[in-house]
Write a protein that binds this ligand. Structure first.
Ligand code: B12
Length: 233
């Protein structure tokens, strides 16, 4: 890093400059700077959700584009992901602290062969903030993990995440196994991840594909209230 960059004092930047600087810091994988930036924006009255979407997800979108174009490589992206997680950790309790009424339970995990977890973690955070209890199975989950968690936690919703075109078909393996075991209709199945789309969600037999965490929350609320209404009818 050049001396000039060393001298940037984040707290002296206005909001717009700070967000731009956070994009750069995320790109450079500077976790402490990202944590500082998040704290400054919180002190300035920014809503945790806005910091998450505008500063962190916004920065990750730039990283994603340069990774796709071969400008960034796995080690750099891992550092950026680590910096993003540092910022997310500060926001997590704040997003969960909304005092929302209990909505239901969700089991969520990234499918077998896939280690991407930033999007899944974001969905978990937002769902918790909306009043759902979330059981997070982490990454690289074979079908057995999902089935064991369904059995143990009896959630309303099963959420699966996949970021690779090579791992997204595994979601169908999980759903087909649920069908074979007569379990499919007991759960609302939501799927997500950058390479998916609505058509894919339908084709594999999910209840819905959600393009981002905010849509996931709205969709989950909608399905859970429909489920409760149909049970009480
Ligand atoms: C960060 C990253 C990594 C990091 C992951 C770190 C981590 N802890 O997650 C590292 C460096 C480890 C990595 C590795 C690899 N990656 Co990668 N990675 C990315 C990158 C740049 C960003 C993903 C991300 O975090 N996005 C930000 C989050 C917030 O968005 P999101 O994940 O889409 O999640 C949102 C929605 O999709 C939705 N959602 C997500 N999950 C769920 C689940 C449910 C239930 C619901 C309802 C909604 C939902 O809500 C989320 C929040 O809004 C993407 C680029 C991209 N455009 O996606 C490539 C990308 C996914 N990776 C890619 C590749 C190729 C790889 C590697 C194979 C590279 C390699 N040569 O080794 C490996 C694979 C490792 C593996 N086996 O999984 C490709 C995939 C191409 C393809 N078509 O399959 C991409 C698209 C980059 C590219 N264009 O080339 N990667």
């Amino acid at each position: 890093m050049s001396e000039e960059e060393d001298e940037i004092i984040l707290s002296e930047l206005d909001d717009e400059e700070l967000v731009q600087q956070m994009f750069d810091d995320l790109y450079d994988g500077l976790k402490e700077e990202i944590e500082e930036g998040v704290t400054i924006l919180l002190d300035r009255g920014w809503a945790p959700y806005d910091i998450l979407t505008k500063a962190l997800v916004g920065g990750m979108t730039i990283v994603g584009a340069d990774f796709r174009d071969g400008i960034l490589f796995v080690p750099e992206v891992l550092l950026a992901a680590n910096a993003m997680k540092g910022g997310m950790a500060i926001l997590k309790p704040l997003l969960a602290e909304t005092g929302a009424p209990r909505m239901g339970t969700m089991v969520i995990g990234t499918v077998k062969g896939d280690i991407h977890d930033i999007g899944k973690n974001l969905v978990s955070m937002m769902m918790e903030g909306a009043g759902f209890e979330v059981v997070d199975l982490g990454i690289n989950n074979p079908v057995e993990n999902y089935l064991a968690a369904l059995e143990e936690h009896k959630p309303d919703i099963l959420g699966m995440s996949a970021l690779l075109t090579t791992t997204m078909p595994y979601m169908k393996v999980v759903i087909d196994t649920m069908i074979e075991q007569g379990l499919r209709d007991d759960y609302i199945v939501l799927v997500g991840g950058a390479p998916l789309n609505e058509e894919f969600g339908k084709a594999i037999g999910a209840d819905a594909y959600c393009r981002d965490a905010a849509v996931a929350v709205e969709t989950a609320k909608d399905f859970v209230s429909r489920k409760h209404n149909s049970l009480s009818a």
